[in-house]
Write a protein that binds this ligand. Structure first.
Ligand code: SIN
Length: 577
């Protein structure tokens, strides 16, 4: 087998010349917990914030989050214990400083969220009820509406935003897809091209200039045929950042959620999630024969970290020759299930499965990108003026496998930090308005190839991988890239398809190179951890000259800039642009 040819990406997606322009201090892209929190905080201190979101404010992944938000809120719990669980789940690749930020600042941020109107479930005494999910040694997951935590957080934050919509200091544009980042000759980011389905002056492609851009566009789940992510999760922010020269890290660590409702062979698109909290309340995974197979595989059995459970299921599926296992919650009783998991029970019943009387068929499916645009502790990327937050970012918090319910928390905590950092920098006159160039290669893959990209990624770079499967995927993706041209018809579907292709190529490259099994990255041909060879991160950066993706392998202790002024000099990526 030959090593795959290097991947080269265009600088831009082909798009029409901007027909309108606008100017802001900060452009925030995305309206999940990260984008909304950041925009709301910024508008308190910054003159002009522009928030753009791809469809409606509530359409992103946040509103689909079921289980909850993890934080050491119970008197018997502590940030140190939350830190320990997060580090174990991350299998040696978390950045401990980033995790420390997450777990120590998390509880205060969650209380502020409650202050903003988010209503978490409480007991008779009014105390927040906490549950457990995989990898946690304590009950520390706050939830809302039983299993509708993200929907409640999204509701509360959008209500805050609606209350200030008329404020001249903030502008909100919905149905606005970010196509590419605008950069200066030296690589600083000074805005983005945005496609708006609107009316009047702001319609079609425009240029939104800003002193800083915060990408909070969520994940890339639609890169696979089946995912728990909503249709908008096409990795637009990550892909635009990669083309502009930002470093992406840890892309190979895709989290496959163990318990996604199995809808039969060939089910595609967004799939119903069966929250890990169902196992937290006592449900058990069983195989066709009714054997509880996680017992004996890990001391935490069904509540082992997510990657361990997903692997346990895949092994059992392989051993029994079937394409799913079952989650048995029958012993919890219909009344309890309806009250604690109303969304899940209703969805299952709609689809003809009653969790009160039947074991629920489940199989792993794509759920979360643990990697993304690499940031420091203030959310800064290697490109001046560019920040990334939430699932779009790679803060170092998740390592090789995200601990359950740490994602909403990460979006919340780091959005605050970004807003704080930007407030200080803008007040100090840093990040002055810039002149962007718009020069560079452009191409586009036609939207009709989208399901092909998804098929290639699912078969070649899915939950079980090998050198053969990943190199095969790279060859097939390269053939699709050959079909991309600067004459393809621009439009949201082809921009999204091209983003999936570009991220697919980067993800498959990292998955091919990492010759070990760790966290969400499972190699059949390298089934063990290899700490001697792979206690390292893979970073990918596009060369501004020839467009090739350089892959940088960085020792785990070197890979993360700590975000204080002195440490910036030690960043191995300093000066890559
Ligand atoms: C779940 O409810 O199982 C998902 C929670 C998460 O992804 O952290």
């Amino acid at each position: 087998m030959h090593d795959p040819a290097p991947v080269a990406l265009p600088r831009f997606l082909t798009s029409p010349t901007p027909g309108w322009t606008t100017q802001a201090d900060v452009l925030v892209v995305g309206s999940g917990i990260a984008g909304l929190t950041c925009a709301l905080r910024l508008r308190e201190h910054v003159d002009r914030v522009l928030l753009v979101t791809k469809t409606e404010l509530s359409a992103g992944s946040t509103r689909w989050a079921q289980g909850g938000i993890a934080a050491a809120l119970a008197p018997e719990d502590s940030p140190e214990e939350h830190l320990d669980d997060t580090l174990v789940a991350g299998v040696g690749l978390c950045d401990e400083a980033a995790v420390e930020v997450l777990v120590t600042e998390g509880p205060a941020r969650v209380r502020e969220l409650i202050g903003l109107g988010a209503r978490f479930d409480t007991d008779a005494a009014g105390e927040i009820t906490l549950t457990r999910e995989g990898g946690h040694h304590r009950d520390r997951i706050a939830h809302a509406g039983g299993d509708a935590t993200g929907a409640e957080i999204s509701r509360a934050l959008i209500a805050q935003l609606e209350a200030v919509r008329a404020d001249p200091g903030i502008e909100i544009i919905e149905h606005a897809l970010v196509v590419d980042l605008l950069t200066t000759a030296d690589g600083s980011v000074g805005g983005a091209t945005v496609h708006v389905i609107g009316e009047g002056e702001i319609d079609g492609i425009g240029a939104a200039h800003a002193r800083a851009v915060v990408l909070a566009t969520g994940g890339l789940g639609q890169i696979y045929s089946a995912t728990t992510n909503p249709p908008v999760a096409t990795g637009d922010g990550m892909a635009a950042a990669l083309r502009a020269g930002a470093a992406l890290a840890d892309l190979e660590f895709v989290q496959f959620h163990p318990t996604v409702l199995h809808l039969g062979e060939g089910a595609t698109g967004q799939q119903p999630l069966i929250s890990e909290a169902v196992r937290g309340e006592g449900a058990v995974l069983i195989d066709e024969a009714g054997e509880a197979f996680m017992t004996g595989l890990h001391p935490m059995a069904d509540l082992a970290p997510r990657d361990v459970v997903a692997r346990g299921i895949l092994e059992r599926m392989g051993a029994t020759g079937v394409d799913h296992v079952y989650l048995d919650a029958r012993h919890l009783g219909g009344d309890f299930l309806e009250q604690r998991f109303p969304t899940i029970v209703a969805r299952c019943r709609e689809l003809g499965i009653d969790p009160a009387t039947q074991a629920i068929p489940v199989a792993p499916a794509q759920h979360y990108a643990s990697g993304g645009v690499r940031t420091d502790l203030r959310g800064r990327t290697n490109l001046p003026g560019l920040y990334a937050c939430g699932e779009t970012s790679c803060t170092g918090v998740h390592g090789a496998n995200r601990l359950a319910s740490n994602s909403l928390l990460e979006g919340l905590v780091f959005a605050h930090r970004i807003a704080e950092d930007l407030t200080q920098r803008l007040a100090a006159g840093e990040l002055p308005p810039t002149t962007t160039t718009g020069e560079g290669s452009a191409s586009l893959l036609d939207a009709r190839h989208r399901s092909e990209v998804q098929r290639i990624m699912t078969h070649g770079v899915g939950p079980l991988r090998s050198a053969e499967s990943t190199s095969g995927a790279l060859a097939e993706l390269a053939a699709l890239a050959e079909l991309a041209s600067d004459t393809a018809e621009p439009g949201p579907l082809s921009w999204e398809t091209s983003n999936l292709l570009h991220l697919g190529q980067a993800l498959a490259t990292a998955a091919y190179l990492r010759e070990e099994t760790r966290g969400g990255h499972v190699r059949r041909d390298h089934p063990e951890h290899d700490d001697a060879g792979w206690a390292a991160h893979l970073l990918q950066v596009r060369d501004p000259g020839d467009g090739e993706l350089a892959v940088i392998k960085l020792d785990v202790d070197l890979a993360w800039p700590q975000g204080d002024e002195d440490a910036a000099d030690d960043d191995p990526l300093e000066g890559t642009q």
